[in-house]
Design a protein around this ligand. Sequence first.
Ligand code: COA
Ligand code: AMP
Length: 632
Amino acid sequence: MSSYKATYESWTNNPEEFWAKEAETITWDQRWDKVFDANEGPFGQWFPGGKCNTCFNALDRHVVDRPGQAAIIYHSQMTGEVKEISYEALLGEVEAFAKVIQNQGVEKGDRVIIYMPMIPEAAIAMLACARIGAVHSVVFGGFAAEELSIRINDCSPKLIIAASCGLEPNRVIAYKPLIDKAIEIADHKVSGTIIFQREGQEPGQMGPIDKDWKTLIDEVKLKGEKADCVSVDATDPLYVLYTSGTTGKPKGVVRDHGGHMVALKWTMKNFYGIEPGEVMWAASDVGWVVGHSYIVYGPLLQGATTLIFEGKPVGTPDAGVFWKVIEQHNVNVLFTAPTAIRAIKREDPNGELMEKADLTSLRALFLAGERADPDTINWSAESLKVPVIDHWWQTETGWPITGIPFGLEKLPTKVGSSNLPMPGYQIDILDEEGNVLPAGDIGAITVKLPLPPGCAPTLWGDTSRYIESYLTTFDGYYETADAGYIDEDGYVYVMARTDDVINVAGHRLSTGGMEEVVASHKDVAECAVFGMNDKLKGQLPIGFIVLNNGVERSNEEIESEVVKLVREKIGPVAAFKTAVSVNRLPKTRSGKILRGTMRKIANGEEFKLPATIDDPAILDEIKEALGSRNIG
Ligand code: COA
Ligand code: AMP
């Protein structure tokens, strides 16, 4: 029997024994009472009674046997700075910064929002929170003030930790005005901020509640003060990470301490094949789940080296940067989103820049965040000459549901599939009535409960939304909101979302949330936003707007205001650049907007005329409006 099959079977035969054995790889302050308690939380809880500290496992324990090894390699293409931070040095920074935030009144269980670009201080802030049992909530820098304020209201942080700015290729994004505005419009009143002023950049303007990172940390270092690890319950929250749902209110995905460590540790060796001392590069952002799991916690729990990269796959300065970075830092495993590879391929189709670099250290490329199209997989596998592994997961799960467990067994991949289920996940494809479908049939992809360790036990402050979103449609299953099928060999194909979530350049966004913003424009009577296919970003949002009667300004003027509004309210990350005015939207006779049909028209796909359509002539109007923009 193959190692994958044997491992999967050992999990199926006795899940609790399987995870209890994995839990031995973590240092616990107190052993758990039960491996799993089905009576706690919406579906159960892992390792209740256990006490531990995630920061201890990520840093302190490695300082004993690998103090001088790089924990972080920081490589900024934006500033040119490259530096290594050893485990010992990182622990020193984290101990000091944890003391700083304690001095600001942050205690175990308090929430702290972190709004930072890809700099080591982002990881230091996260680990410092983990050290004292505070709950961090990292917000991606591409979100606007309003989105930040929604998160402030939802998780009521005591403190915001931020950098003065983020650096995009074409502009400097001053974070401080965004933070000031978010604090001003939020109902929850934040008592203080700590601002890391980036060297060589315009400093953020400090106000009465703002404190300077460097001053505070120098003070505690001078006094020789540091914070010890605070022992927390394995089931206590480590972080809240907001992700898009079907409405404008994001979901606060909660991650616990104990199960999270156990699951990530398992994946580092068995899935990504990373041993202590090796280099993992997850080319994502700390603001996304990939950044939490595989830029910060996973590699550090494993005693590996993580690469924090500030830059883009193209344009900083060219499409060869990923390969140069791999060569320069001997990266063993690269993880990125297919969109990054598509961007590189577009600029360097023959892989000439790739050939210039020595990529002998690289063992595999892992892709996730969106469906990996066969072209992207084939091109990268042929050019890089290493296995290219598509794997599928979600903010909610925190680690791969399917993929190839590269460290365990180098099984063949199937192009177009996100590969095989990992131990912890029994996947069934269900029809609308909840019947298990046979191999090859498309349906809702579901995970049999209970979810494994590391998966979100609940949503922040909203257990009923958790139950409603994930556990209600199919009895005994977690609903992933992805649709697809499993083939005869057990390989899983993830084809589409079943809700209003779209995936733009690997970023998960809510079209419902965008519709709320578009509809708030005073001249818009109604609207529909959906995702259309895009060769580079996978999907791009497009909005149809119907203007109020009597509006006298030009359509173009209002369209550009709508585009600006989405950028202002949600942020540039929404990549909402196309608003199209039409006289009316296609609807069913009961008044439901036919978004699916419009999407098919925009994508130039075949579609069946919906039997319930109110007026089929509207579809021609839609086609015409799209045609005028060369879409569809
Ligand atoms: N802070 C502020 N703004 C940001 C930002 C950040 N951290 N990240 C992105 N943005 C802005 C971009 O500047 C861009 O603004 P623009 O409309 O003025 O051009 C906008 O948000 C859209 O960003 P994105 O969709 O990421 O496109 P891009 O033009 O910056 O980059 C690719 C294009 C293909 C290179 C890029 O999409 C890419 O590689 N993305 C990485 C994918 C990824 O890491 N996904 C995470 C899941 S693994
Ligand atoms: P996020 O929570 O941001 O990680 O987004 C999760 C969603 O991205 C999933 O529910 C899928 O819709 C999509 N996704 C992530 N990885 C893949 C993949 N490998 N193949 C297809 N879709 C994916």
